[in-house]
Design a protein around this ligand. Sequence first.
Ligand code: ADP
Ligand code: MG
Length: 203
Amino acid sequence: MFITFEGIEGSGKSTQAILVEEYLSAKGLKVNLTREPGWGKLGELIRNVLLDDREITLDPFAELCLFCTDRVNHVKGYIKPKLDNGEIVICDRYHDSTLVYQGIGRDNERDLVAAMVMKSCLGVIPDITFLLDLPVNCGLQRIGARKNKTKFDSESVAFHKRVRDGFLELCKQQPQRIKLINADRQVEIIAEEIKSVIDNKIN
Ligand SMILES: Nc1ncnc2c1ncn2[C@@H]1O[C@H](COP(=O)(O)OP(=O)(O)O)[C@@H](O)[C@H]1O
Ligand SMILES: [Mg+2]
């Protein structure tokens, strides 16, 4: 089973992904928690360019290409082998983030982004995606104290609003796969809802 977490910065993806990993591991299942961008040596280099190195400003298309390169490397080297082995993979951000950030947040041609993103998945599409949704100002407030802000964390409020709306639009198009979760609640309450969705899927 392949589970992904999506949503704006500060929506609680990393927090909830860890809780799901703990929950499923406690059931005796083999669980692998990973994230994008940044798997493996190539991924780490790409992650640094995409998120951290402020001396490098990328053209929107170049940025899209790097996210797709990172995904191909991640799916081929890690995600697909684990899934083929019958293990669970939880990924903190995956293809929906690229569709939304590079397709709607940035000035790229949407059809081209969609085509490249689908290619980059190598046929590996999540079984369940949790979209953690909350108002942009709440998310930004939560990450306000974060020390290592990424280039995306520092984008404008208007950018983050486009991203939030883009995720909600995706969710409307694929309600079977993408579960909309109200992330403006206590961590434990959100975690309970997520666990019940996963339990339903497993049973
Ligand atoms: N439901 C929640 N309510 C309040 N604060 C939260 C909640 N979930 C996470 N946080 C806090 O908000 C910050 C961002 O959470 P994080 O899981 O890192 O979000 P993301 O990975 O989506 O950017 C962290 O400091 C985290 O402890
Ligand atoms: Mg995170």
